[in-house]
Design a protein around this ligand. Structure first.
Ligand code: AMP
Length: 450
């Protein structure tokens, strides 16, 4: 017998509750992004390798070690996207939108990095990204941070917010000189990668994963001592605005982020439970120019969705479900018709197709339906539905209100002491019942099946 297939290392299926959470997170983040004036963007998963080499930087771990790169059938080197910003910048230029500013975009989807898989680190992972092109006002950084704060509040995830500046080009030129002078004394102690970077891209030594490199860097010069007057002023405005907004933040002078394109503000939001970075970003004023466009300042960020799920993001209440069940085989089409009508009114229904009535009813119970609408020959003749309440909380609610006039017309069949009750409604009454008990009230609660 042949071996069953497995997923590629570091890649996995997202199924069941995780899949539900994934979609709920995407929906919530999209709604928030739209409310801040962002529009959706889709870019290909595959780009020319040179895009990322130029954008993220050859000497970064992401490009140097972690890309899924291959030569296509025409001999071009292409890579699965390891992040979204480079593609968004390319899209701005490719679609001739550089004169049509500002552009505020959000996107989500899989990213690929050939890193060592571990908790919260996958080779295929999912990001929700935001990019704001066309403003060098520090208030666009603040607005993005407000959006991120709102997102974490909505997802009910407590986070620590860390912020720093990596200055402008002038600041980094001065910092680079000081850093190289300092690190050159440790050439024999630094890791092989860092020694190479000392001559090609010394700033990237700051995000080395080697403990020895980190120890050496922690005692070295700091970017704060190299900031130009302009960079200092920009960061001061960011800091002051955050204070005025009464945001808690931690200034972390070691925060540099592992990608070459950042200028000025960089930030991370770290989960208080896992200690993992859940969202990172910052300003990038040079990237559009580097890709052949005009100089367009920009600021952006990306959430790691897999990590939001690990951190226990609230997926909110599931929408209440109503089962719609035919009693006999020849009731099934009418049942399906009723189910379709209910969908149109915004109700979530399931229409089970198991071979027996009892199995169909059992299935409704299993998936957490609040009640089942039952259609048999008799009901169809009378243009009525029988309703069976499957969930205690709905039964209690109906029982406590069943004496009120709007429910006076219903005919209660079963014993009132039983948790499961049956009612016979005409279809219009059944609809008003749904509006009253299911759409408005029960939807705000997670259905608790008995
Ligand atoms: P970056 O594009 O490196 O700024 O990362 C932005 C966010 O994506 C991080 O804060 C993480 O939440 C998430 N992320 C980055 N790499 C991975 C990975 N290999 N697995 C899971 N999430 C990741």
């Amino acid at each position: 017998m042949s071996q069953p297939f497995n997923t590629v290392r570091g890649m996995r299926d997202i199924v069941g509750e995780n899949a539900r959470q994934y979609h709920s997170i995407i929906r919530k983040l999209s709604d928030i992004a739209i409310s801040y004036g962002y529009s959706p963007l889709e870019t290909p998963l595959l780009e020319y390798t040179s895009l990322f080499q130029k954008g993220i930087g050859d000497e970064t771990d992401v490009v140097g070690k972690e890309m899924f790169t291959f030569v296509d059938r025409s001999g071009h080197s292409v890579s699965l996207r390891p992040e979204g910003t480079s593609s968004a910048v390319r899209a701005l230029i490719t679609n001739s939108l550089t004169q049509n500013l500002p552009q505020k975009w959000f996107y989500y989807g899989p990213m690929f990095r050939y890193d060592r898989p571990q908790k919260g680190r996958f080779r295929q992972f999912y990001q929700f990204g935001l990019e704001f092109f066309g403003s060098d006002n520090h208030l666009s950084d603040i607005e993005l941070i407000c959006l991120i704060k709102e997102a974490f509040a909505t997802l009910q995830i407590p986070v620590a917010f860390k912020i720093n500046t990596v200055g402008d080009e002038e600041s980094r030129a001065d910092f680079k000189l000081k850093l190289v002078e300092y690190l050159s004394k440790y050439e024999n102690d630094l890791s092989e990668d860092s020694v190479r970077r000392l001559h090609s891209n010394p700033l990237r030594i700051l995000d080395s994963k080697s403990a020895v490199d980190q120890e050496i860097c922690s005692n070295g010069p700091k970017i704060q001592d190299s900031l130009s007057a302009e960079a200092k002023c920009f960061f001061e405005k960011v800091r002051k605005s955050l204070q005025e907004m009464e945001f808690d933040f931690i200034e972390d002078s070691s925060l540099v982020r592992g990608l070459d394109y950042y200028d000025h503000t960089v930030f991370e939001f770290v989960g208080q439970t896992s200690g993992l970075t859940l969202c990172g970003g910052g300003r990038y004023n040079r990237l559009v120019g580097q890709f052949g466009g005009p100089r367009i300042p920009a600021v952006g960020c990306a959430f790691g969705i897999d990590r939001l799920i690990l951190e226990g993001a609230s997926s909110g209440a599931a929408k209440a479900i109503i089962g719609v069940i035919g009693v006999e085989e020849n009731d099934m089409v009418a049942t399906m018709k009723l189910s379709c009508e209910l969908h149109i009114e915004g109700v979530v229904t399931i229409c089970p197709m198991q071979e027996s009535f009892s199995k169909r009813l059992k299935y409704c119970d299993k998936v957490g339906a609040l009640c089942a609408f039952i259609l048999g020959g008799e009901e169809r003749k009378q243009n009525k539905v029988k309703m069976k309440i499957l969930c205690d909380s709905l039964a209690d609610k109906v029982l406590s209100e069943s004496t009120k006039p709007d429910l006076a017309g219903l005919h209660r069949k079963s014993d009132t002491t039983s948790a499961v009750r049956e009612f016979l409604f005409d279809k219009a009454e059944a609809r008003s019942f749904i509006t009253k008990y299911i759409l408005q009230e029960s939807c705000s609660e997670e259905p608790t099946n008995k």
